[in-house]
Design a protein around this ligand. Structure first.
Ligand code: BDR
Ligand code: CA
Length: 309
């Protein structure tokens, strides 16, 4: 099994990513969940993480992280994710609470205690991970790799060039991308192709309690998608988990990727070097395509497993 820590800001698709991971204990050992201000404020999204875990009875440590980016103030994703950060289904209050230890210290403790290197799965702004790397660079060797959702080589979603997670904290993203830690990036290039369609959402709602929950989450999430004219509803964050479970579903390219922190039109852009000959070593495994049908099957099967528990 791969030991992982999920760093997130639930967030509809974050919640689905957590559920997908929870359904596969034989492959993924979730050492803990850390939270970061992003889709909504830290209090709200931490509460959402706890409610999801409580719903499926998963007593996993949840550690609170950064309230906002390294520089400036937090931009939230309220337009897409609503006032609570996870609008739609009404979930019972959580039976669990966050641990006392903060996210960065918690990740440090897990890395030090683990016999084998741990994989980090950041699916929100990269503030916690950057803070960890800056405070404890000696811990890098204990990180097996980073499977993250963020960025996009071809285009953005908040601006024409910047994707939300990178846009919220470009300085943090730059630190992570320059860290030397092996990175697999699920950016918009692949996550927009990992879309779920309305008939599939309807099908989820005819199944067991966890599938219904996800169907209801996606009902709300799809309102924004329709408003924006998207083709289907991109399951961004679950890609970072699905790649760990079934890497063969994805096609990727090793690229040199840098994060723009300056440009008037390009702050928060992940700039990939697509030239055939470059002088820099590629630093990121960029996922470019996915077998969508197999990906959706993976999700449906995972939710059915949780329904049956
Ligand atoms: C990313 O931004 C958030 O709104 C989602 O949870 C996902 O992590 C997609 O751009
Ligand atoms: Ca997210």
């Amino acid at each position: 099994t791969i030991p992982i820590i999920i760093d997130c800001d639930p967030g509809h698709d974050d919640a689905i990513a957590i559920l997908l991971a929870l359904a596969h204990p034989e492959q993924l050992e979730i050492k803990g969940i850390t939270t970061v201000g992003g889709n909504q404020t830290l209090e709200k999204i931490t509460n959402n993480a706890l409610k999801i875990l409580s719903f499926v009875d998963a007593d996993i440590p949840v550690a609170k992280g950064a309230r906002g980016p390294l520089l400036g103030t937090l931009v939230t994703g309220e337009e897409a994710h609503g006032e609570s950060g996870m609008d739609g289904p009404v979930l019972p209050p959580s039976r669990f609470g966050p641990i006392e230890t903060g996210a960065v210290e918690f990740i440090r403790e897990v890395l030090l205690a683990s016999d084998e290197p741990v994989t980090l799965v950041p699916i929100g702004p990269l503030t916690n991970i950057a803070t960890l790397i800056r405070a404890y660079p000696e811990l890098k060797s204990r990180i097996a790799g980073i499977s993250m959702m963020g960025g996009g080589i071809a285009y953005g979603n908040v601006t024409r060039t910047a994707e939300f997670n990178i846009y919220v904290d470009p300085e943090a993203a730059q630190i992570v991308f320059e860290s030397g830690i092996p990175i697999t990036m699920s950016g918009l290039d692949v996550t927009d192709k990992a879309a779920i369609f309305d008939d599939e959402i309807e099908a989820l709602k005819t199944r067991g309690p966890v599938s219904v929950l996800v169907g209801e989450l996606l009902d709300f999430y799809s309102i924004f998608g329709k408003k924006m004219g998207y083709h289907g509803n991109a399951l961004h964050d679950p890609c970072a988990i699905a790649w760990l479970l079934q890497p063969q579903l994805f096609q990727s390219k090793m690229l040199d990727v840098t994060v723009e922190t300056q440009g008037t039109y390009t702050r928060g852009m992940t700039v990939g070097d697509l030239r055939t000959k470059t002088d820099r070593q590629p630093n990121v495994n960029v996922l470019m395509d996915v077998d969508r049908d197999a990906f959706i099957r993976l999700l449906f099967d995972a939710l059915a497993m949780l329904d049956a528990r």
